[in-house]
Design a protein around this ligand. Sequence first.
Ligand code: PLP
Length: 500
Amino acid sequence: MAVTETAPSAVTTAHAGILRRQSMRESAARTYARSLPIVPVRARGLTIEGADGRRYLDCLSGAGTLALGHNHPVVLEAIKKVIDSGAPLQVLDLATPVKDAFITELFETLPRAFADRARVRFCGPAGTDAVEAALKLVRTATGRSGILAFTGACHGMTAGALAVSGGARDGRVTRLPYPQDYRSPFGVGGARGSELAGNWTENLLDDPRSGAVQPAGMILEPVQGEGGVIPGPDSWMRRMRKITADRSIPLIADEVQTGVGRTGAFWAVEHSGIVPDVMVMSKAIGGSLPLAVIVYRSELDCWEPGAQAGTFRGNQLAMAAGAATLAHVRENRLAERAADLGARMIARLRGLAADHPVIGDVRGRGLMIGLEFVDPEAAGRTRAAGGTRAAEALEALEAAEATEAADVADLPGPGAVGPSPTNPSPADHLVAAAVQRECLARGLIVELGGRHTSVVRLLPPLTLTDEQAEAVLDRLADALSAAERAIHAMHGRREKRVPH
Ligand code: PLP
């Protein structure tokens, strides 16, 4: 089902020129642009149209910012209304009717027990700015400096946020195990795995010789997104709440990615019913424009004036777009819709996994879905060896596409090497990358994430229809088969070369 439209050559040339200039002029640190070499020129809902005339189903959604998809009419209307009114567009942190309406709508969506005694602080425009503000807030309020954070976390790219993220090191941050079923650090998932993760945390805090720095707060994602779509179990969330409350440690819930209906509840903390002390919000709250806030228990509000500031905290267009988005998600019960549709998509993907051993795990919550790719034949081999095999697979993918010589009937059968939650096969990021590339060839944009960049992530808009969901899953299944054919072709070539 590859996209077949043939673009006029002038258009193709312009498209190629833009991509070429991008690779020559933009930083080596560019990210999405490397794996998604497209040039979006128009977009609506789930669909992006490229400069080459091709259409793509966008399941990246601006890294989760587009709760309503691209250019939703209610968002455009809200933006136009502000522009037409002659209101100032940038007002630092001054009060405006637009901001007042945004705060009212935001508080309307929050759990009552939290909203009733909360303060809001507008931060610099990105999620990472709000994380910095939250860390500074709890440090100021408690007079302590340590932070409890979790393995695999992603909280942003500025120094403080990076320090509490999984890949970084900072003497003030104590790293705790995030529970997970598929690659459980305890060798056991489910309720027992959560319990052990909780025991670890409790033990560390109560051990006077644990080496942990006195914590000013704990920061967690209710579902780890960039870490590989790992939902924190509700029982574990409640345990973290109890452990922190018992020890007067403020709990910060980072809802930058999980908020605004994404996981099947308006805010992901609602699944467990916990009330955090601080919530960090960005991405979808700006209705596709940059906006970030923290909302926190008023008792923590012991900042001096100017203790946390920044120029860009008054983006009126983002507040208007955000308020319209929040209201639309709330009024149309899109969180419930995400829960229902997400569960059906996960069920279908699990069916697919049963027939495709390269899918080690399918997991998620609501419309935050991940498929972890593995090398099912690499059990007992080193990860490096698995990586080599995967590199060959990519090479073979290109060869197979060129010759179309692979025979689907010879693929490994269902359950040939089944995924095991206690002994999973090595992660295979190159196969995941191959699947992403085959998806793009079929007009489907997906994201990669996870500890080993081996998780294909789906973050479609909450407005996704059943038919669109089917189209997404059909393209994904087709892309997966293409990637597998390449692996099979590579094995065939190797067998011919090495007689048994
Ligand atoms: N927190 C979480 C949970 C995130 O997923 C991200 C980014 O993906 C951030 C914070 C940082 O947000 P930003 O990229 O807007 O700085």
